[in-house]
Write a new protein. Structure first.
Length: 277
């Protein structure tokens, strides 16, 4: 399993893989991911719009699309089932991890989808080549299969509060998790899901170069709050993006594909909801 690839590895394999820029910014960041991509990106990369490729019929952000829409999107990008896909980003919320998860959910080979460790920031800092060229690929016929075991609904979250079949881990910052900081979306209450635990996603990342911490460090991070990464875990956050950072961290430790509460706090924290601490 190659969850992560280094900048050195990618530079040597630029022509052997498919590269996607999966940058997504928080609404309050006032940044335009597509405009940034057009100003400069890794050679041969295509832009992957996390908002436009989500379920357009849902009022919730970033929800998984249906199989037909996913196949259409990936086919139009010219990606084949046999391609090794490398995803990077230039985001403070490491949005490439969400794109990585989406590919796993739609059954792309786990050995053929990876995140660039350190993302575009590390690539640029190391003075590696940046391009403005828009690479076009021949349309493919991509085939997907949904893995419903990797996604959780609100009903399943509520059932787990009673049955405790798995541990739910929240990737939001501690102040938001504890209800001491207001949510960025005004329609949401503060707080957390009953029984959930908290690992802020930033704890998984080295501050200097935005790479993931090593397996031992990540294992200790989980064990600090009495979590066994090899047992049944699921992940949540504000809107389903940073949960996937914890999901990738857990995958580094255990080799497991991540299980994500897709609606996350954007759904569960609605002000008319119950089961909020």
């Amino acid at each position: 399993m190659k969850n992560l690839v280094s900048t050195d590895w990618l530079e040597k394999n630029l022509n052997n893989v498919r590269i996607l820029d999966g940058t997504w910014h928080m609404p309050g960041a006032k940044r335009n991911a597509l405009a940034e991509f057009e100003e400069g990106h890794i050679l041969n990369a295509n832009f992957f719009d996390l908002d436009k490729t989500s379920d357009q019929n849902s009022f919730l952000p970033h929800m998984l699309p249906n199989k037909i829409d996913w196949e259409k999107t990936i086919s139009e990008l010219g990606i084949k089932n046999s391609d090794h896909i490398i995803i990077y980003d230039n985001s403070e919320v490491i949005s490439s991890c969400r794109v990585w998860y989406n590919f796993l959910y739609f059954n792309h080979d786990i050995n053929l989808v990876s995140v660039l460790d350190g993302g575009l920031k590390k690539w640029v800092k190391e003075n590696r080549k940046i391009s403005k060229e828009k690479k076009k690929f021949t349309k493919s016929v991509y085939k997907a299969k949904e893995n419903n075991l990797l996604v959780l609904s609100k009903d399943q979250i509520n059932l787990n509060i009673k049955n405790k079949n798995f541990e739910l881990v929240d990737a939001r910052g501690k102040a938001r998790f504890d209800g001491l900081q207001a949510e960025p979306r005004t329609e949401l209450r503060s707080g957390n899901i009953e029984g959930s635990k908290n690992i802020p996603f930033t704890k998984c990342i080295n501050l200097d170069d935005k790479t993931f911490k090593n397996q031992e460090q990540l294992t200790n991070l989980f064990r600090e709050i009495n979590l066994d990464p090899k047992k049944k875990l699921a992940f949540t956050c504000g809107s389903g993006v940073t949960a996937c950072i914890l999901g990738l961290a857990n995958s580094i430790i255990s080799g497991k594909k991540p299980v994500i509460y897709d609606g996350s706090w954007a759904e569960y924290g609605l002000k008319n909801n119950e089961n909020i601490k």
